[in-house]
Design a protein around this ligand. Structure first.
Ligand code: NAI
Length: 330
C-alpha cells in the first residue's frame, strides 16, 4: 500500500521511515502542499498523509477520489482544514492523531509565556553585544497571577498542571468541563468572567466556525488592561487586526503566537530572502511585546515519534478492519 505525504519536511521523512520499520507501507514524500491543484500528484497512492496547512476542501477531496485515493490520514490533531461532510459524502475516511504529546504544546506555551514576560529573547541578543543593562527587561512574577485557560482538554489541562507548579490561580472556560481540571484546584467560569479576571489568557480550544475570531475587539476590550494573550491553538481564533489595534493602544500588553491566521502561506518555509507580503504579520513582528514562533508547539522527538506511530497504526487498522477508533468521519 502506498502513502503519499504532502507538505513533508526532512523530519517527517526521518520519523516516518524509522517507524515504518514496524509496518510495510510504501512511503512517498512530497514537499508541495495539498490543494485541489496538487491532488493529482497522489495518483497511484492508496492514502494521503497531510498536515495542518493542507487544504482539503470539497474540490480537493473530489480530485483525490478521482485519482483513486481511498483514505486520508492527518498527522495532526486539529481538522479545521478538512471538509468532513464532503469526505463522508465521498466515502473517504479521515483519520487523525487525537493526542500525541499534550505536554509538547503545553511546555511550548510556558516557553512563550516565560520568554515574553522575562524578555529572554532580547536579553540573549543584548548580552551577546556585551550590553548588560537591564532597562526594558522588567518582568512580573507568575506566582499568584490568574491565568485563564480557554479549552481545558488535553493540552489545556497539561498547561494548567504546569502553571499550578508556578503557584498561579487558574480559571477555565470549556463547554465540556473536565473533572481533572477542577481537581487541580482550578475553577470554571464563563468567558466574560475569565476575560475580566485573567492576567494571562491561553487558548487551547479547536478552531470551529462558531469560534472563528473568538478573540475580537470586544473580547479584548473586556480583558484587563495589559493582559498577556497566548495562542498555540489555531490562528483563526484571533482577529489579528483587532489584536494589532489593542497592542497599539496598550490594552493588550503582550501577545505570543505559535499560530497565525494566514500561516499556510508562510510557516514551515525559509522566506528569509523574500519580501514578506503579509502586512499584518509584518506589523506584528515590529512590536517588542509580541513573540511569534512558526507552529512549533508539537515539535519534540516524543511527539514526532507518536505522530508517526499513530498515523501508520490508523492506516493499518483501516486496511485490516475497515474501521479505526481515530476515524473522524464515522
Ligand atoms: P482536546 O480535544 O483534547 O481539547 C479541546 C478542548 O476544547 C475540549 O475540552 C473542548 O470541549 C474544548 N472546546 C471546544 N470548543 C470550545 C470553545 N468554543 N471554547 C472553549 N473550549 C472549547 O484538544 P487538544 O489536544 O487539547 O488540542 C487543542 C488544540 O490545540 C487543537 O484543536 C489544535 O488546534 C491545537 N494544537 C496545536 C499544536 C501546535 O503545534 N501549536 C499541536 C496540537 C494541537
Amino acid at each position: 500500500m502506498q502513502v503519499v505525504f504532502y507538505s513533508s519536511q526532512s523530519y517527517d521523512k526521518t520519523f516516518f521511515e524509522k517507524t515504518n520499520g514496524h509496518f510495510d507501507f510504501t512511503l512517498r514524500f512530497l514537499e508541495t502542499s495539498l490543494r485541489h491543484e496538487t491532488a493529482s500528484l497522489a495518483k497511484g497512492a492508496d492514502a494521503v498523509c497531510v498536515f495542518v496547512n493542507d487544504c482539503l476542501d470539497e474540490a480537493c477531496l473530489t480530485a483525490l477520489k478521482e485519482v483513486g485515493v481511498k483514505w486520508i490520514a492527518l498527522r495532526c490533531a486539529g481538522f479545521n482544514n478538512v471538509d468532513l461532510k464532503a469526505a463522508k459524502d465521498l466515502n473517504l475516511p479521515v483519520v487523525r492523531v487525537p493526542a500525541y504529546s499534550p505536554e509538547a504544546v503545553a511546555e511550548h506555551t510556558l516557553a512563550l509565556i516565560l520568554t515574553l514576560n522575562r524578555h529572554t529573547h532580547r536579553a540573549y541578543n543584548r548580552v551577546r553585544e556585551s550590553n548588560f543593562q537591564l532597562q526594558g527587561l522588567l518582568g512580573f512574577n507568575l506566582h499568584k497571577k490568574t491565568v485563564g485557560i480557554v479549552g481545558t482538554g488535553q493540552i489545556g489541562l497539561a498547561t494548567a498542571r504546569i502553571l499550578t507548579g508556578f503557584g498561579c490561580h487558574l480559571i477555565g472556560y470549556d463547554p465540556y468541563p473536565n473533572q481533572a481540571f477542577k481537581e487541580l484546584g482550578a475553577e470554571y467560569a464563563d468567558l466574560e468572567t475569565l476575560y475580566q479576571r485573567s492576567d494571562i489568557i491561553s487558548l487551547h480550544c479547536p478552531l470551529m466556525p462558531e469560534n472563528h475570531h473568538l478573540i475580537n475587539g470586544a473580547a479584548i476590550a473586556s480583558m484587563k488592561r495589559g493582559v498577556m494573550l497566548v495562542n498555540t491553538s489555531r490562528g483563526g481564533l484571533i482577529d489579528t487586526r483587532a489584536a494589532i489595534m489593542a497592542l497599539k493602544s496598550g490594552q493588550l500588553g503582550y501577545l505570543a503566537l505559535d499560530v497565525y491566521e494566514q500561516e499556510s502561506e508562510f510557516f514551515f518555509r525559509d522566506l528569509s530572502d523574500e519580501i514578506l507580503s503579509d502586512d499584518d504579520l509584518s506589523r506584528l513582528m515590529t512590536f517588542p511585546n509580541v513573540l511569534i514562533t512558526g507552529h512549533q508547539g508539537f515539535f519534540t522527538e516524543e511527539a514526532l515519534t507518536q505522530i508517526a506511530t499513530v498515523t501508520l497504526t490508523n492506516l493499518q487498522e483501516l486496511i485490516n478492519t475497515g474501521s479505526c477508533c481515530n476515524n473522524i468521519t464515522e
